[in-house]
Design a protein around this ligand. Sequence first.
Ligand code: SAH
Ligand code: SF4
Ligand code: F3S
Length: 457
Amino acid sequence: MRFVNSYQNKIKEIVEEKKLTYFIDTMGCQMNENDSLKYKGILESMGFKESTVQKANLILFNTCCVRENAENTLFGRLGFLKHRKLKEDDVYIVVVGCMTQQKHILDKIKTSYKFVDIVLGTGSMRVFPEKLYNVLFSNKKEIEYIENDNEIEEDVPIIYDDKYKASVSIIYGCNNFCSYCIVPYVRGRERSRKPEDIINDITKLAKEGYKEIMLLGQNVNSYGNDFKEKYTFTDLLKDIEKIDGIEVIRFMSPHPKDFKYDLIELIKNSKKIARQIHLPLQSGSTRILKEMNRKYSKEDYLNIANKLKMADPEISLSTDIIVGFPGETEEDFKETLDVVKKVGFDQIYMFIYSKREGTRAARMEDKVTNEEKVERLERLKKLYEENLPLLNKKMIGKTYKVLVEGKSKTNENLYTGRTSQNKVVIFEADDSLIGKMVDIKIDSEHLWYLKGTIENR
Ligand code: SAH
Ligand code: SF4
Ligand code: F3S
């Protein structure tokens, strides 16, 4: 469905007259970050200017519910805004995103946070202007609400924060129902965007000077499973590779169960697909993986990791791991540590298991104590941080292509960028090189970043 804003001019008139401003507070994953850039695009197309949470007229919360603590954060922040809403004119509060798809949250907003003006579920952006119009132009007091209706929304204006890197969603929703995870309940079933819509967006971005693209989806390699004609994630990658100007292609997240040989071959032979693959492990224990409904074993995972390293030893791997899943024993956890040792991840996003009502795991008996969970997280972190310098050291003396992103935040005289492996590199350069690809020889490693020198200047 195409996004058409028939309220744009009417809203713009009042926004410009009153000089209304906005602030977006984003929680959660890159998918939410990407949605927030679209809300920014919609708001700015209607004349809103960006401001701070203390001053903005319209405050939009884009929420996440993948783990428990987010709820307290949202209600804390809403409570804080109540004073502004009571004291000041022209304060509008909008809550969107995953959390609003949960009935108990919606009920709580309706009963205890009645001052919220608009609540939108996931994938309901196209009704935002209409709901905003109702709030701005009428005295209606009930909350304007709409839930996810599983539509794909195209042509939504988007404003990126970065000039050279852009994220593009290729598939929405999730069909996997991993037993711990709330996402399939709040984001709906898998819907792939049409290849031509994606290609058009990326071609436009390339013409505007964007060099690096991050393709987004809860499970990017199930892209196209919902098409009548066969067109898969690998087909899409091949077509994106042909776009002139795009030099680096990244994607997240692929699911190990769908990581097939053709994708490994494509990555091996590609000049543009980044030498970094995010491959969520979740657990190294085959028994726990089964309980998690992940549909691969420890050996399957190690097999893919080995094949990727064999395809190109320069490929670095990053992952997500959950510790303390219900019933996880010390032996299970040691299996996870074993995979971490064997693979050597360059980045690990570590999470303590968080019970999500409505999921299958929420009904499992949770024998792991909180102390054990925290202790396992610490051990995992320690192992990871011990390994990292060894991986970094392998890069010293080698030359990598780096997109110069800008000045380093900590040192005025230095510039920063990332290698294809997604490693931060700091080096001497000048402003004329910002946005260009340069060859950098790595000189030293500093745990979270590398230092290097530009070659052939
Ligand atoms: N679709 C992606 C992940 C989306 S959620 C994938 O399958 O890889 C991001 C990460 O949050 C997950 O990879 C998982 O590690 C973590 N996560 C999801 N549900 C969780 C829960 N209930 N408790 C703790 N971590 C969770
Ligand atoms: Fe959640 Fe699993 Fe879907 Fe990822 S693949 S979003 S972890 S259900
Ligand atoms: Fe959170 Fe929704 Fe992403 S639950 S992790 S913002 S898909």
